[in-house]
Design a protein. Structure first.
Ligand SMILES: Cc1cc2nc3c(=O)[nH]c(=O)nc-3n(C[C@H](O)[C@H](O)[C@H](O)COP(=O)(O)OP(=O)(O)OC[C@H]3O[C@@H](n4cnc5c(N)ncnc54)[C@H](O)[C@@H]3O)c2cc1C
Length: 465
């Protein structure tokens, strides 16, 4: 069977694309490599979830010094099924920065606001009702003690009756459900190996289950897999080069009271230094607590028994560094590299220091920064030396926000697609996911990439009318 539109990947970018195309009456197929896992079937933030819904069980790394551990979801719904659901609109200054650097048309805040409104409506974006969870309250206390700005971040979560578990509004529950209701076909467990590109057009989508034909192909595989697929298909112009992320460092903090809810995490973020730096909370299952102590495990293993009084907090930065996605003949996975600049390392040390200061102000009597050989920090006077001692060799840096590997814009020397995601030089090929955002935006990115994806697919459909 031949389709009007084939969408590769069913994460937030792919789900928005599929819904809008199907609603306009087009024949749509979504090809998703990962499994179909009903929301709630895997415990959030668990090892079971990592095995079933993450690429390579969550074990992926960008090579560099230090290397950066990153994770990508791989399941129907993509990252929306596993992530924390924290929602922001990007700062207008960041949109201006992108527009100027890549000559992007129509990306001002006023251009995007209607798309943000629409996304917020469908995802039921709401601020969590009080009381704030205990791990969040630690951040709030610390911020207030220091006079720093912060907020309980809105989420795509529906709060039912009191006591009922909140329901995360993942793509499977929202945009993909709408797409399917409008007639889209979603095929899980189908990996797209390559696009056949001939004479400036895609003539076929080669999957591990055979060839799919479509008039237009939209690649939405996420910021690592989208460039990998384009490169495997011989589409190379400005593809895979500008990988950008929010490098993140962590601290384990022990409080006097129980703060750990293994099913959830802190929703409060400290925004005093935003968008350059954000502080917040990470998942805190006992396994994650142990991971937080892995750099000092010989000394600190017995601490992990007290996990109910502990929580892991992070500082993440907008990075000046960049990375690259490359493909190797015959290898299923791309090779990813990332270079943290000297300024990035200084910003990460500063972030670690500010975070520990804040946690001390919130009453944490014991902190262990997550890097190899880190000292225990038991009073505010030890914070500065402990942050400064994080060397490149010892640092444990991670990221879950990846962007920038197929940037949009009219400047063909820098961009891989036009301002609306149509790939330069291939008439019936688009990208519509996090790869388009020229750099990591300084806020959790899903809301921004969905607004951009909605704007882009609307433009594509206008063109096809
Ligand atoms: C643990 C975690 C926590 C996060 N927390 C937040 C948060 O709180 N707020 C926020 O805004 N963002 C958060 N993010 C980031 C957010 O989830 C991503 O920015 C977003 O999911 C990216 O959407 P996407 O459509 O670009 O790609 P993805 O969500 O990565 O989806 C891509 C999909 O395409 C599939 N695919 C890839 N290649 C192929 C192929 N060749 N063939 C077939 N299928 C393919 C993949 O299997 C995947 O399912 C988090 C991410 C993670 C991992």
């Amino acid at each position: 069977m031949s389709y009007d539109v084939a969408v590769v990947g069913s994460g937030p970018g792919g789900a928005v694309t599929a819904r809008e195309c199907a609603r306009r009456g087009l024949r749509v197929v979504v090809l998703e490599e990962g499994a179909w896992v009903e929301p709630g079937a895997a415990e959030p933030y668990s090892l079971d979830q990592m095995r079933r819904q993450y690429r390579n069980q969550g074990l992926t790394v960008a090579l560099g010094r230090p290397p950066v551990a990153y994770t990508e979801a791989s399941c129907v719904g993509g990252g929306s099924e596993v992530n924390s659901g924290l929602y922001h609109r990007v700062d207008p200054e960041v949109l201006d920065e992108w527009s100027a650097a890549y000559a992007i048309e129509g990306l001002g805040r006023a251009d995007l606001d209607p798309w943000f409104d629409s996304v917020e409506d469908r995802l039921s974006i709401t601020t969590p009702p009080p009381p704030m969870n205990a791990a969040s309250d630690v951040l709030r206390r610390g911020a207030e003690a220091l006079g720093w700005d912060g907020l309980d971040v809105p989420r795509w979560v529906r709060h039912g009756a009191s006591g009922a578990a909140p329901e995360k509004q993942t793509m499977l529950r929202t945009y993909l459900a709408d797409a399917i209701a409008a007639g889209a076909e979603v095929r899980s467990g189908v990996r797209v190996e390559r696009l056949r590109v001939e004479g400036g057009r895609v003539s076929g989508v080669e999957t591990d289950r055979g060839v799919v034909r479509a008039d237009h192909v939209v690649v939405c595989g996420g910021a690592v897999q989208t460039p990998a697929l384009l490169l495997r298909s011989g589409v190379r112009r400005n593809v895979g080069r500008g990988l950008s992320m929010h490098p993140t460092v962590k601290v384990l903090a022990q409080l006097d009271e129980d703060v750990n809810d293994p099913r959830d995490l802190a929703t409060y973020q400290v925004k005093e230094f935003a968008p350059a730096m954000t502080m917040g909370g990470s998942a805190g299952r006992p396994g994650m607590i142990a991971l937080g102590l892995s750099g000092t495990w010989d000394r600190d293993r017995e601490l992990s028994a007290d996990w109910r009084r502990q929580s892991v907090y992070y500082a993440s930065i907008r990075s000046q560094g960049t990375g690259r996605v490359r493909v190797l003949p015959g290898a299923a996975d791309p090779v990813v590299t990332y270079h943290l600049t000297r300024r990035d390392m200084a910003a990460l040390r500063a972030g670690l220091g500010r975070l520990m200061l804040l946690l001390s102000a919130a009453g944490a009597r014991l902190q262990v920064p997550s890097y190899v050989g880190a000292p225990r920090v038991t009073d505010a006077g030890q914070v500065g030396p402990a942050a400064e001692a994080m060397s490149r060799a010892a640092a444990a840096v991670m990221s879950v926000h990846l962007c920038g590997t197929a940037p949009m814009g009219e400047d063909v020397r820098r961009s891989a697609t036009d301002s609306f995601g149509r790939v330069h030089g291939v008439a019936n090929l688009s990208v519509n996911d996090a790869s388009l955002l020229p750099s990591a935006p300084g806020v959790n990115p899903q809301g921004t990439l969905m607004a951009v994806a909605h704007r882009n697919v609307d433009r594509l459909l206008e063109g096809s009318r």
